[in-house]
Each structure stands twice: as structure tokens, then as C-alpha cells.
Ligand binder design. Structure first.
Ligand SMILES: Nc1ncnc2c1ncn2[C@@H]1O[C@H](COP(=O)(O)OP(=O)(O)OP(=O)(O)O)[C@@H](O)[C@H]1O
Ligand SMILES: [Mg+2]
Length: 447
């Protein structure tokens, strides 16, 4: 039972200790303990590696969950924000969508769900290999297996999503169907489903307020990225009622063991947001300052790639190509949680690699990106211009992404040549002319 304590600000709810686990090469290990205390105004959490995990790492069978912010040590780590220091633990938790579904299941408002409750309600199905329990456990512990919805249930899942959007109640069957889906992150409606071979897919659904089919555009953008040579997950469109469709992207953090379908291996994942770890009290009004750009920029992601990637040169080239593509397709929503890193399974030293591309959706509105693309500020320009989606800006950002200017020009040319053929991809995605016109209007917004 959670206890309440008073502070000068507001009462804090002291949550029970959470036991953190991780799957490494098919075996679940106990990593350490997480404690959260939360009030409506503030949040404090601490994490400490278990001595058994530190010994495992010393013998080369485990690794730091986050090599930058959580190097292996006996002392505890503390944070006052979800994306700061301990972000890798919260990457495994849902964002707005999963919290909405969890809250519906509990019959409470999503703001009243504490972080600890959200982590414990998860079923080890969030992104990556980290999971949480209420009881301590030993290496080799088997996580309870929960049924995952099937791929052929996507139309039924969409009906449930629509009920949620329309504020309608859900019956027991619908609630049970969504249970395997609520761990995954992101704000938009989605579900996790499993195909007949045991592979898992994330199904992304339309919302009533969408002005064009984001699913078809995301599929088309992913195909363009693939043609450019960027790593993308397998993706497919499933036609639903009317002109609606769901986009299914295959999970890159789950593997089906050959010959044992349904046995899924989990791969460790960490978002760029967690690795970069902006201060918990970062004020968004400082976004367009040198301080803001030092956290929220492609240059900073490139710095992480240089430090941690087992294939830094090719990951840097790929990151730069993604930046160019995001500018051309007007995906301004390129925030730090939309880039991630996966454990490189082939690396003996447990290095990381850029995870495949996801959430590459053409956006309406102005051309300011969530991240700084180029240096922006000089005598006549402000820092804000560093976020302007223009090819000039992208070119001027090459150096800070460790790309030489000749290589940058070649990458831009390659991406542009595929982007010029976008109509082919829109047609393959069966986009209606009205949607193509709306998307064209967005890409023309470029600075
Ligand atoms: N192919 C994939 N394999 C594994 N995990 C993925 C994959 N695609 C996305 N994810 C995880 O799911 C989360 C949500 O996905 P995505 O960003 O596509 O959803 P969204 O709701 O559109 O996000 P946003 O809130 O940024 O709009 C990502 O932050 C990432 O952690
Ligand atoms: Mg996203």
C-alpha cells in the first residue's frame, strides 16, 4: 500500500519499491531497485544497481543500462524528471496513449496514475528489454506470459480505439484486448499485435481529427527512407472501414527465435532523450538559446553516436540522411524520443547502434523543427533559425554532425532524388488526390 508524507509543497505519495529487470541474451536478470515519490507538483525517483548485477557486469555478462548517465556503480542515482538521468527506465513506460488506456482500465483519470503504478501495470511489453516487478527475483526468472492480440484483430482493435476516442465505455473483452498494447510509448492511438510467425508489430491508427491519412503518408515516407538506404522496420498498411487504414511497423526490439515461434527475444533500447538527458527543470523558453541547442539538436545526437555507436561512421551518415529527409518531407515533429538506440547484438562489448527509423510523418504547420538542424545564430539571425527546415540550414549543420561538406552535398542530392519521386510512393500507399494535395501543401511550407 502506498504511504503519504507531507512536504513544504504538497503531500508526496511514497510508492512501493520496484524491482528492475532486464533480458540479456534470452535470460532475465535482476538489475536493481527503483523508488519513486510523487505529488501533483513534483516527482523524485532514485535507482540503485544490485550488487549481483554489478558482479554480472564485471564478469562481462551485463552492462550499464545507460552508459552516459548510469555507469555501473554502487551509489544510488537520483532524478526529479522522467527524461533526466533515469530516462532509460521510463522509456519502457507508455506515454499519453498507454496512460489513457491504463486509466480507463482502472476507472481513474490518467493524471492520477503515478509513475510507479504505470511501470507496474506494464507487462514487460514496453520498448526494449527492461521490466518491473513488485517482488525481488533471481537471474533466470520467467516473466508471466500475457496473450498478445493477433494481427487479424486489427479491425476490432480499431473499433475499440474509436470507442475510446468517442468517450464510450469498454466492455471486459475490449479491455482485455488492449492489455497487451498499453506499454508502448507515444501519444497517438496504437496497439501491439502478433502475426502467425510470432513477430510483433505496432499498429498505428487514425484519429478523427486527422486532416489526411497519416498512416499512408508515414508508410510512403518509410519507403522513401528505405530507398535512400536508411534502416527502416518492415511496414504494411491494413485497410479498415471506409478509406481508413492502420500502419503496422514490425518491432525492431523483439526477435522470434528461429524454429520457436512465439518465443520473443527482447533487445535493450534507449531513446536519444534519455541518453542526452536534458535537465529536469529545463524551461522550454530556453529552447532557442545556445543552452537549448546544446540538448535539442541533431548535433547533440551525433555526439552520442560518436561516443557510443559500434558503427559510428555509418550511423552518422544515416543520421544526417534522416535529418535531410525530415526536412524534405516536413516531419517537424522530430523530437528526441523519436530517435533511439538499440543494443548491438553482435557486439561483445555491449555497444549501441542507431535503431531503425520510426514516426516519420509529414506535419502541418510552420517549418520550425523540434530539434536544431544547423547553427542558426550569427550576426543577423537568431538561434531560432537553427530549427528552420531548410536545405541551407541542413548544409550548414553538416560539420557539427561530423559530415564533411562534400559528403553532405552528396547525401542531400541522394535524398532529394528519391523525394522528387514521392508521387510514386503516395500512389503505392493508395493516397487519395485530396490527401496528396494536403501533404504537398505541407512539404511546400519548407523554409
Ligand atoms: N518499429 C518499432 N519497434 C519498436 N519500438 C518502436 C517502433 N516504432 C516505435 N517504437 C516505440 O514506440 C514509441 C511510439 O511510436 P511512435 O513514435 O511511432 O508513436 P506516436 O504516437 O506517433 O509518437 P509521438 O508521441 O511522437 O507522436 C516510440 O517512441 C518507440 O519507443
Ligand atoms: Mg513518436
Amino acid at each position: 500500500m502506498a504511504k503519504t508524507t507531507s512536504s513544504a509543497n504538497s503531500p508526496k505519495v511514497l510508492e512501493p519499491t520496484l524491482f528492475v529487470g532486464i533480458e540479456i541474451r534470452g535470460v532475465n536478470h535482476f538489475v536493481g531497485e527503483l523508488r519513486c515519490a510523487q505529488s501533483t507538483q513534483d516527482f523524485v525517483a532514485s535507482f540503485q544497481y544490485a550488487p549481483s548485477y554489478l558482479s554480472l557486469a564485471q564478469s562481462g555478462h551485463a552492462f550499464a543500462l545507460d552508459p552516459i548517465n548510469l555507469p555501473l556503480r554502487t551509489d544510488p542515482y537520483k532524478t526529479t524528471g522522467r527524461h533526466s538521468i533515469l530516462g532509460v527506465l521510463f522509456d519502457a513506460a507508455p506515454d499519453a496513449w498507454g496512460r489513457t488506456v491504463m486509466a480507463l482500465d482502472e476507472g481513474v483519470s490518467s493524471v492520477s496514475l503515478t509513475e510507479a503504478r504505470v511501470l507496474l501495470k506494464g507487462k514487460g511489453a514496453g520498448v526494449g528489454a527492461i521490466f518491473f516487478t513488485t517482488q525481488p527475483f533471481e537471474s533466470g526468472f520467467a516473466l508471466p506470459v500475457y496473450p498478445t492480440s493477433r494481427l487479424d484483430q486489427v479491425p476490432e482493435l480499431y473499433e475499440i480505439v474509436r470507442r475510446i476516442e468517442n468517450g464510450l465505455t469498454l466492455d471486459m473483452h475490449s479491455r482485455a484486448l488492449l492489455k497487451s498494447s498499453w506499454d508502448i510509448g507515444g501519444a497517438r492511438p496504437k496497439a501491439v499485435v502478433q502475426d502467425v510467425d510470432g513477430a510483433q508489430w505496432i499498429a498505428k491508427f487514425p484519429r478523427g481529427i486527422d486532416t489526411f491519412s497519416r498512416q499512408r503518408v508515414e508508410w510512403a515516407n518509410l519507403q522513401m527512407a528505405k530507398e535512400i538506404g536508411v534502416q527502416v522496420p518492415a511496414a504494411q498498411l491494413i485497410e479498415l472501414d471506409g478509406d481508413d487504414c492502420a500502419l503496422l511497423v514490425r518491432r525492431f526490439d523483439r526477435t522470434v527465435q528461429p524454429g520457436h515461434n512465439q518465443v520473443l527475444g527482447r533487445q535493450h533500447y534507449i531513446s536519444a532523450a534519455s541518453l542526452i538527458s536534458p535537465p529536469a527543470d529545463f524551461d522550454k523558453y530556453k529552447m532557442d538559446t545556445a543552452f537549448g541547442a546544446s540538448y535539442f539538436s541533431y548535433a547533440r545526437i551525433a555526439d552520442v553516436v560518436r561516443r557510443l555507436s559500434t558503427h559510428a561512421a555509418s550511423d552518422l551518415t544515416e543520421l544526417y540522411a534522416r535529418m535531410v529527409l525530415n526536412v524534405l518531407v516536413h516531419n517537424t515533429d522530430d523530437h528526441l524520443k523519436n530517435t533511439g538506440f538499440l543494443l548491438d547484438a553482435s557486439s561483445q562489448s555491449y555497444g549501441l547502434r542507431l535503431a531503425p527509423l520510426f514516426d516519420v510523418v509529414t506535419q502541418e504547420g510552420g517549418s520550425l523543427h523540434m530539434l536544431h538542424l544547423g547553427p542558426g545564430a550569427n550576426k543577423t539571425r537568431s538561434y531560432q533559425s537553427g530549427r528552420l527546415g531548410s536545405l541551407d540550414n541542413v548544409l550548414s549543420g553538416a560539420k557539427s554532425c561530423a559530415i564533411k561538406s562534400a559528403a553532405a552535398s552528396a547525401i542531400i542530392e541522394r535524398v532529394q532524388s528519391v523525394f522528387e519521386r514521392r508521387l510514386e510512393f503516395y500512389q503505392q500507399a493508395k493516397m487519395q488526390q485530396q490527401d496528396i494535395d494536403s501533404v504537398e501543401a505541407c512539404v511546400m511550407q519548407r523554409g
